[in-house]
Design a binder for this molecule. Structure first.
Ligand SMILES: *Cc1c(COP(=O)(O)O)cnc(C)c1O
Length: 416
């Protein structure tokens, strides 16, 4: 069996993958955390690098045979240092959540006070939400957004930080459609003696491409995924200055993890190389332009957007005025070929599993090369479906139109 292709070894799984390729090709991917990794990244992830164990760091490993792995990891590190302008990069975290856990382990003991944005306001689970290890093992203080405009409430951030003096102050979000003001967070962190951690999981590609301000110089530690706007493999990274290098490296290994996923490391190196090219800058700006155009179209069709619009890759719609629950809308949109996710909106009166909003974003459709014309068509299709979620005739017609559009804009890395 060892040398047979997947289609022969496991036809059931091969068919699932083929069907998923078809689905990824013919539907519009609007989930803002998703993207299409490039073909080169996928090749690295599926390579023989998968087979090698390499606990430790380049030059200091616990197994022999690291001649090639050390080079791969050093390339990934050097490229990220150059791309973001930082002193150090750790590329071993298995994903974004373990990267954040590594940051906690580097600086905190159980019971220490940490602070982050609450999940209901758009923060991530790992920023201290109560069901997460970050909320259970630490004294987690949560800030939110203002009721009037749904923007981060810096008066509240400053007040809570002065009162609780957290060891770590997390900024960065998972459902926030506006620029994160890193200098303002840094000022508060400095005043109360906290280490500022910028979690740029969603926006690392925008930062790399210059379409979102960089946290470098403001946050001492930066954590991220590598598979969202950065368009790399499923993985995580931590960037920091020299002062924190030792603590971060020790926390990730041996503190938290065993052997790094070397295929992923190679994928990160490739993504970092591609992100330094001029066409990636154009891509990062096109994501934001597309998000603004889509937001404008949605507003023109009577949608109520959280904060009124978007400055980044992400849009959060409060569907209360359309009288459709988020889940019903997301399911109808999926049937029509537009894959978004239902999401809570700030101060949501509905439950998290049946909330009032939907969240969408433009990273993946921009990777397909779509622009302003397609965003306008998309906004109008979304409005037509959300205003008539049980009209299966309409939904089928739009699904066909979307498939035609997708045929004109093939998704990178998706073979048919
Ligand atoms: C996606 C995300 C993470 C977690 O990443 P995983 O790879 O899903 O573990 C962490 N922080 C933020 C802000 C995110 O958006």
């Amino acid at each position: 069996m060892a040398d047979l292709p997947l289609t022969e070894v496991d036809p059931e799984i091969a068919e699932c993958i083929r069907d998923e390729e078809k689905r990824q090709h013919e539907k519009l991917r609007l989930i803002p955390s998703e993207n299409y990794a490039t073909r080169a990244v996928m090749e690295a992830c599926g390579s023989v690098l998968n087979n090698k164990y390499s606990e430790g760091y380049a030059g200091k490993r616990y197994y022999e045979g690291q001649q090639n792995i050390d080079k791969v990891e050093q390339l990934a590190i050097e490229r990220l240092k150059k791309l973001y302008g930082v002193d150090h990069a750790n590329v071993q975290p298995y994903s974004g959540s373990p990267a954040n856990l590594g940051v906690y382990f580097a600086f905190c003991k159980p019971g220490d006070t940490i602070m982050g944005m609450g999940l209901p306001s758009g923060g991530h689970l790992t920023h201290g939400w109560k069901v997460s290890i970050s909320g259970k093992y630490f004294n987690a203080i949560q800030y939110g957004v203002r009721r009037e405009d749904h923007r981060i409430d810096f008066d509240e951030v400053a007040k809570l930080a002065r009162e609780h003096k957290p060891k770590l102050l997390f900024c960065g979000a998972t459902a926030y459609p506006r620029v994160v003001d890193f200098p303002k967070f840094a000022e508060i962190a400095r005043e109360v003696g906290s280490i500022l951690v910028a979690d740029i999981a969603h926006i690392s590609g925008l930062v790399a491409g210059g379409s979102h301000p960089s946290p470098v110089g403001h946050a001492e530690v930066i954590s991220s995924t590598t598979h969202k706007t950065l368009r790399g493999p499923r993985g995580g990274m931590i960037l920091c200055n020299d002062e924190h290098k030792k603590a971060i490296d020790r926390a990730v290994f041996p503190g938290l993890q065993g052997g790094p996923h070397n295929g992923t490391t190679a994928g990160i190196a490739i993504a970092a190389k591609l992100a330094m090219a001029d066409d990636f800058k154009a891509y990062a700006h096109a994501i934001v332009d597309n998000s603004r155009t889509l937001a404008d179209t949605l507003v023109s069709r009577g949608f109520d957007l959280v904060t009124g619009g978007s400055d980044n890759h992400l849009i959060l719609i409060d569907l209360t005025n359309k009288d459709v629950p988020g889940k019903v809308a997301a399911q109808a949109l999926d049937r029509a070929g537009m894959v978004a996710n239902y999401n809570s909106v700030p101060f949501d009166t509905r439950k998290p599993f049946d909330p009032s909003g939907i969240r969408l974003g433009t990273p993946a459709i921009t990777s397909r090369g779509m622009g302003a014309d397609e965003m306008k068509r998309l906004g109008n299709w979304m409005a037509d479906v959300v205003e008539d979620t049980e009209n299966e005739g309409l939904i089928t017609r739009i699904a066909g139109e979307i498939k035609d559009l997708c045929d004109q804009f093939p998704a990178p890395g998706v073979r048919l």
